[in-house]
Every structure is written in C-alpha cells, then in structure tokens.
Design a protein around this ligand. Structure first.
Ligand code: HEM
Ligand code: HEM
Length: 137
C-alpha cells in the first residue's frame, strides 16, 4: 500500500470517509438532518483542508471551527460524536494508505478533534424550554 501523494488521493479518502459518515448511526444525522450537508459542495473544501495539511498546498483558507460552532448551536456535539468521527476517519485512512502522511492524517485529525471539542465548551447553546428532553436517534 502506498502513501497519500496527490490531491486526488486526498479526495478519494474524503469521499470514502463522508460516504460512511453520512450513513453512520451515531453521527450521520448531524450531517444529513441537522446540517443538511451538500456533499458535492463540501468535498472540494475538505479535500483542500487535507491537501493543505498533508501536501503543503495552501489551498484551504482556514476557519474550520466556525461551521462546527454553528452545528453545535443546533445539536450538541458530544465526545461520543468526535470519537465516532475519528474511528471512521482512522478506518478510512488505514484502508487506503500507509506511510508518513497517512500517519499525519490520523494524528492531525485527533488534534483538531480535541481542539474543536474543547472550544465548543465555550460556545453558548440556546437554553431549551425547561423540562423538555430532546431525544436523538
Ligand atoms: C505540516 C504542518 C501543519 C499544517 C500544514 C497544519 C495545518 C492546519 C490547518 C489548515 C488547520 C485548520 C485551521 C483553521 O481552519 O482555522 C489546522 C488546525 C489545527 N492544527 Fe495543524 N497543521 C500542521 C501541524 C500541526 C501540529 C504539529 C499541531 C500540534 C502539535 C497542530 C495542531 C492543530 C490544532 C490543535 C488545530 C485546530 C485549531 C483550532 O481550530 O482550534 N497542527 N492545522
Ligand atoms: C463530531 C464530529 C464532526 C461533525 C459532526 C462534523 C460535521 C461537519 C459539518 C456539518 C460541516 C459543515 C458543512 C457545511 O455546512 O458547509 C463540517 C465542516 C468541516 N469539517 Fe467537520 N465535523 C466534525 C469533526 C471534524 C473534524 C475532527 C475535522 C478535522 C479533522 C473536521 C473538518 C471539517 C472541515 C475542514 C470543514 C469545512 C469547513 C469549511 O467549510 O471551511 N470536522 N463538519
């Protein structure tokens, strides 16, 4: 198995990951029902994010945290969601690639996930009506 070498490699990884994430029983609803993600619009941005980190491309402009804060306002992003996100990401990376960049892809995802999770603690969520429990399936 070879390492991540091109933007096309990044896109292949991103497509495999999101194909599964959108159907995932733990986090799928966050993309489909809460964010109503337009995958075709999303893939080039996420591919640029990884191309920037892994291949030094500078094709990603930054500001990755913001959409997650917006999402968190609508449905709280919990530790279990980040853990599942990471599990799917690591599985996808290991299925397709092996090498230094593949390791970096996993390591950087862990760092960003931890940073996002920590930062969300300071994002004000709207107070729900008292006594109302929202169940998510
Ligand atoms: C090749 C070197 C690296 C590149 C090109 C890179 C690139 C990036 C990019 C593009 C982001 C998203 C920033 C944004 O959207 O605002 C990011 C976030 C982050 N990176 Fe790196 N990174 C590198 C190395 C590292 C290293 C060595 C660490 C830590 C040891 C690290 C920790 C983080 C963390 C914690 C975040 C999330 C920041 C936040 O939004 O709170 N990165 N990185
Ligand atoms: C519970 C975990 C996560 C969920 C549910 C989630 C979901 C989402 C959603 C719904 C969007 C917004 C799409 C849009 O409206 O345009 C998004 C954007 C994005 N996510 Fe995540 N995400 C999670 C974790 C992460 C992690 C750990 C990373 C990085 C390693 C990451 C990287 C990104 C990037 C780069 C964007 C694009 C931001 C931009 O448009 O520039 N996400 N995510």
């Amino acid at each position: 198995m070879r390492d991540i070498e091109t933007r096309a490699d990044c896109e292949r990884l991103v497509r495999l990951f999101y194909g599964r994430a959108l159907e995932d029983p733990v986090i799928g609803f966050l993309f489909t029902d809460v964010a109503r993600l337009d995958l075709e619009a999303h893939v080039p941005r996420i591919t640029s994010f990884w191309e920037t980190i892994l291949l030094g491309a500078q094709s990603y402009g930054g500001g990755a945290f913001r959409p997650h804060a917006a999402l968190h306002m609508k449905a709280p992003l919990r530790r279990a969601h980040f853990e599942q996100w990471l599990r799917l990401w690591v599985t996808a990376v290991d299925e397709l690639f092996a090498g230094e960049r593949a390791e970096l892809a996993k390591a950087h995802a862990r760092r960003v996930a931890a940073a996002f999770h920590a930062r969300l603690a300071s994002v004000e969520r709207p107070a729900g009506p008292p006594g109302l429990t929202i169940t998510q399936h």
